[in-house]
Write a protein that binds this ligand. Structure first.
Ligand SMILES: [Fe+2]
Length: 415
């Protein structure tokens, strides 16, 4: 029988499940698409049931379930961080630790219990590191046989960014940047300060940046202030954050608002309040700093690996403005980015680790073509599904035989 491997991400944000059969992606889905809860972090029951159904499998005929990170390493990071910053962070400590002990630390047992609700079967459980899952999701489905790998996110266990190298079925992680020094968390802190939701509104901050005025005094001064006060940025793209400005390591918020207000001269924007030019300028300042760091990291990646091609994943790789500018700089001949670059895509990366690293299977690369099947990997709905829904809600509808006519009519309605 062909060999099926499942990948799962859960318990942080963007839970998801993915399934490979003989190394080919059959299905993958976000749990939020079923529960309608944005960034749903609960165990992906619905997504898992869906991918199993799509592959025609039960849990009993899965050769492994690969979780996208190592929970106990994350716990170690939490403990060591509180220890390093003590007595700062006591409130957050007494809030976080019981949750961890009760709900997160014993992930193996929790996952087994959750799997039992889906059906019988006890496939082996594997726990690769978070950034290896990102690296795997970027490299294995890419159209390159050999590529440099750059992963950048908020944080996994300890790593917040990695430089790696992939060839055939081999992935080597060559450099790591560690928590609390994180480009993703820096960007999230600005998301928070500009009045958006962390781990969700980052794309709004990115979308706000082009409304900033590049040569305005505010943008220029703030960019300078970020680089001189908040970050110690090195030539190789690595950096240290000045933790006087940030609360995310031990606090319940992202940043030290008083210090930020003193530095930028504007208070944290209240959520849903008017977006003034200053917040647009601040969004642009952090976008420009982010791009500078991404470019330096990419240069370093090129220097270390000497590869022609680059693949990327991790939440920061969802910054398509930075990616576009990086491509235009021509550091690499071409770049491929995992479409699900955030943690949901970690489920896919985890499944690939099961297939290529744990099972040691070779990789088939069709040069010029990735293996994502157009990334249409979730549930699809037939006309009869829609008709059933219109009956349920007594909704008026018009059936179109021709897709072109449908597109024209919809475009007209939007216009
Ligand atoms: Fe991540």
């Amino acid at each position: 029988m062909s060999d099926a491997i499942v990948g799962i991400s859960a318990y942080y944000h963007d839970s998801a499940a993915a399934i490979l059969v003989d190394g080919d992606i059959i299905a993958a889905a976000h749990e939020e698409r079923f529960t309608r809860k944005k960034h749903d972090s609960t165990f992906p029951h619905n997504a898992l049931k869906y991918v199993l159904l799509e592959a025609g499998r039960d849990l009993s005929d899965i050769s492994a379930i690969v979780f996208y990170d190592k929970p106990w390493l994350k716990f170690e990071r939490l403990l060591e961080t509180y220890h390093a910053f003590a007595p700062k962070g006591l409130t957050s400590f007494s809030f976080a630790i019981p949750v961890w002990i009760k709900e997160k630390l014993f992930t193996k047992k929790i996952i087994r219990d959750e799997l039992l609700k889906i059906g019988p079967g006890k496939p082996p459980l594997l726990f690769p590191e978070h950034h290896l899952s990102h690296a795997s999701s970027a490299f294995y489905p890419s159209p390159f046989n050999e590529a440099a790998i750059l992963t950048i996110d908020g944080v996994g266990e300890w790593a917040t960014a990695t430089i790696g190298y992939g060839k055939g079925k081999i992935i080597k992680i060559l450099r790591e940047l560690y928590f609390p020094h994180s480009l993703g968390l820096l960007y999230s802190a600005f998301t928070y300060y500009c009045g958006f939701k962390v781990n969700s509104g980052e794309y709004k901050l990115m979308g706000l940046a082009p409304y900033g005025i590049s040569n305005s005094n505010e943008t220029k001064t703030w960019k300078q202030k970020i680089l001189s006060e908040m970050i110690d940025l090195r030539e190789n793209g690595s950096f240290l954050l000045n933790m006087d400005y940030f609360n995310f390591a031990t606090g319940l918020t992202m940043c030290n608002e008083k210090k930020w207000e003193k530095l930028f001269g504007i208070p944290r924007r209240k959520s849903e309040s008017l977006l003034t030019q200053s917040y647009m300028n601040l969004a642009l300042a952090i976008q420009e700093v982010t791009e500078e760091i991404v470019f330096l990291l990419a240069e370093e990646t090129k220097k270390i690996t000497e590869c022609e091609y680059l693949v990327m994943a991790g939440g920061v790789a969802l910054n398509c403005v930075a990616n576009g500018n990086l491509l235009r700089r021509g550091t690499f001949k071409d770049i491929w980015i995992q479409p699900a670059a955030g943690d949901a895509g970690g489920a896919l990366g985890a499944a690939y680790i099961g297939w290529h690293i744990w099972k040691n299977n070779n990789r088939k690369v069709t040069v010029g073509n990735d293996s994502m099947h157009g990334a249409y990997l979730g549930p699809e709905y037939s006309s009869s599904d829609y008709i059933r829904l219109t009956r349920k809600y007594n909704a008026p509808y018009k059936h179109y035989e021709k897709f072109d006519t449908l597109c024209k009519d919809v475009a007209n309605l939007i216009a």
